[in-house]
Design a protein around this ligand. Structure first.
Ligand code: IVH
Length: 667
């Protein structure tokens, strides 16, 4: 390459990497994968070195993005460095060789930790009190997000057990996979866009302006380093982890001392399998020289220490061809473009389809039919199309054009206000009809056992029903001709439909499938208004007055009841005897008002769901993990780790009898 050409390429790469950095760190919207980023960065580093093109403003000279202007900027007393990455055994052996050469001896050990896939943060404790929490920013300075950090339950506001006067803690904020999925479901229920993966949503959540909203996000924390003024010169990383734990900071259980690089390899193999069973994402392991005293000798490059390295697990990414783009119709008419892919193996499963989210997303990434595309499993949840492999190719197909009509019923699609999604608003659109019925019957709604997708499909296509109210008119004989429907299962289904009539009002409201009305909102509506009639008659102001309900939800409720076909359906449900008022017992006791319960183990006479209902009926709440805010642990047989945690935190532990006593006291 001529120098001129090298200069041009370097410029190009800097621009791309700067954009990618901003997208990742500031907008939490990455458009290239970590591996691609690393590859481009390596290419740039090489060009700069070979052609003597080093530039202080180059992305090779710094760690991440600029701090966002909305928060105060804080300088980090010691930079938060990045890590160099390795992707195979040889590269890891090279690292080991370099360390031994620089130290000129073999007299050291390694500490191997998991690499958490979240966002790095820095905490400062003075006299044991949390005084500062900051993002990594560009490594030199970051955003002061103390108010947000204080909402993270894992992070102690005060340290215990012989803490040093001043201690700086570094660690990773992250989200557990399951909590992430639940949060996304909840967002979709509220008409908000889902996050692509736990890492993005953690980074985005930490930077929100309203700490109350941050508090609702399921952010967790693991610490992995600490700095103090008077650290023992002989300390090891292993001992630091033990100290962090002793001070009350969360430390992941998975860290191991290894006496040489071979032991490190063995540990990596073991964790490569373990990673899928962990509740959170890890994208590799971090290998650190264990003895602190050697860190100074080894030093750092401008962006990463020489005493540590990341070993990245095999990427959850693959490249394949985009065959076509189809449209999926959601229960509420939302149209989602879907990538139909040439089948490709990805982390143990075959991927044929991936979400493209919406029209804007497709245009932003300029994804076209026929392209080679990179697909990634976002937290092993839903595969996504990340980018196009060679967007400058000459012979690409035409730009994607959003169809104007619903693929299922032909109705003209519309876009409302600022919404990014197109919608089909035909109430009789077949996939919407089917999904509404499925939703009505689903476990959290009317809980009609045996009415899954396959049965609903048949009922609708055989024209036995055309909406959920029709379910209550079905007769056993009508079901018998259906596929795989024996007499017994037909009778069971009719029984299940019949007994769903006793579901409480809040479930009926949820089951009707009003946009933005999820389980919680339905419960709030039912509790506040006490009857279906009151709900139907309520005006926007009345609904908005209900705590936790905003104008968007209120508007949606009003619109729902304004539609003729919905009102007719409600009248049919009333005729069939569904619960249109709150049952007495539901409002009965407030014995457990605002008490937070956690359940563990199996109870002798209740399922988990029944116990939850009982708690809620008495005004209590259930949460999934034990914290100092928990009021009671309700424990059955073979309880899990929650039991130990509750004991440690001195939280009252109830068995079934003690629990029943508690609620019957007032009955
Ligand atoms: S040590 C100077 N340990 O990875 C040492 N980092 O690519 C750097 N990370 O910014 C930090 N798990 O956000 C370390 N067990 C772990 C880690 C970890 C995740 C993140 C951290 C860092 C990034 C570097």
């Amino acid at each position: 390459m001529e120098k001129q050409e090298a200069k041009k390429r370097a410029e190009e790469l800097r621009e791309l990497l700067d954009k990618a950095n901003k997208a990742y760190y500031q907008d939490a919207q990455p458009f290239i994968s970590d591996k691609e980023f690393d590859d481009y960065l390596a290419e740039l580093e090489k060009i700069e070195e070979d052609y003597d093109l080093v530039d202080p403003k180059s992305p090779t000279q710094r760690v991440g993005g600029e701090p966002s202007s909305d928060f105060e900027t804080v300088e980090h007393p010691t930079p938060l460095l990045s890590l160099d990455n390795t992707y195979n055994e040889d590269e890891l052996n090279d690292f080991d060789r370099r360390v031994r050469e620089l130290l000129e001896h073999d007299n050291f050990t390694y500490l191997v930790e998991l690499k958490f896939d979240g966002a790095a943060i820095r905490l400062r404790y003075e006299n044991g009190d949390l005084v500062l929490g900051a993002t990594r920013g560009d490594g030199e300075s970051g955003d002061d997000i103390t108010r947000n950090i204080k909402t993270i339950k894992d992070i102690p506001l005060h340290l215990h057990n012989n803490f040093p006067d001043v201690v700086e803690v570094r660690g990773e904020a992250y989200m557990e996979r399951e909590a992430f999925v639940r949060m996304n479901e909840h967002r979709e229920e509220q008409g908000l866009n889902a996050f692509a993966n736990p890492r993005n949503s953690t980074a985005g959540s930490l930077k929100m302006q309203d700490p109350r909203e941050v508090a609702r996000r399921p952010i967790r924390f693991f610490s992995f380093d600490m700095l103090t003024d008077d650290t023992d010169a002989e300390i090891t990383q292993y001992q630091k982890m033990k100290l962090l734990d002793q001070y009350g900071l969360p430390v992941c259980d998975h860290f191991r001392q290894c006496s040489n690089i071979n032991e490190v390899h063995t540990q990596i193999d073991e964790w490569e399998n373990l990673r899928h069973d962990l509740p959170f994402e890890t994208d590799g392991v971090v290998i650190k020289v264990n003895e602190e005293k050697y860190r100074d000798t080894l030093g750092t490059t401008s962006k990463a220490p020489r005493w540590a390295i990341a070993y990245k697990f095999e990427a959850q990414q693959a490249t394949t061809t985009l065959r076509k783009i189809t449209l999926q119709v959601g229960r509420l008419g939302k149209i989602t473009p879907v990538a139909e892919l040439k089948a490709v193996e990805l982390a143990g499963t075959t991927v044929k389809r991936a979400s493209l989210h919406n029209e804007d997303e497709i245009h932003r990434k300029d994804i076209r039919v026929g392209d080679r595309v990179v697909v990634e499993k976002a937290g092993e949840i839903i595969p996504q199309v990340i980018s196009v492999v060679n967007p400058d190719r000459e012979d690409r197909g035409p730009r994607f054009e959003m169809p104007q009509h619903c693929p299922a019923c032909g109705e003209k699609l519309i876009k409302l206000g600022e919404d990014v999604d197109w919608r089909c608003i035909n109430p009789e659109c077949p996939p919407q009809v089917r999904q509404r019925i499925e939703h009505f019957a689903s476990r959290d709604a009317m809980d009609i056992d045996g009415l899954g997708e396959a049965v609903v499909d048949q009922l609708v296509s055989e024209q036995l029903i055309s909406n959920y109210a029709d379910l209550y008119e079905l007769q056993t004989e009508q079901l018998l001709p259906l596929e795989r429907m024996a007499k017994k299962s037909a009778e069971n289904l009719i029984d299940a439909i019949e007994s769903s009539k006793s579901q409480p009002l809040d479930r009926v409201i949820y089951a009707m499938g009003i946009r933005f009305v999820g389980k919680t909102v339905a419960r709030d509506l039912a509790n506040a208004l006490q009857s279906m009639d009151a709900l139907m008659k309520a005006n926007k102001e009345t609904i908005e007055e209900i705590e936790s309900i905003g104008p968007k939800i209120a508007q949606s409720v009003i619109e729902f009841f304004n539609q003729d076909h919905n009102r007719k359906m409600v009248e049919k449900l009333r005729d069939h005897g569904l619960n249109f008022t709150m049952e007495k017992q539901q409002q009965a006791s407030q014995k457990l008002k605002d008490k937070k319960f956690v359940l563990t183990g199996s109870l002798p006479s209740f399922t988990r769901k029944e116990a939850t209902q009982l708690i809620e009926k008495h005004g209590g709440k259930t949460t999934s993990s034990v914290s100092s805010n928990t009021d009671y642990l309700l424990a059955g047989d073979s309880p899990g780790s929650k039991y130990d945690k509750a004991q440690k935190l001195n939280i009252p532990i109830l068995d079934q009898d003690a629990f029943l006593n508690l609620i019957e006291e007032e009955l």
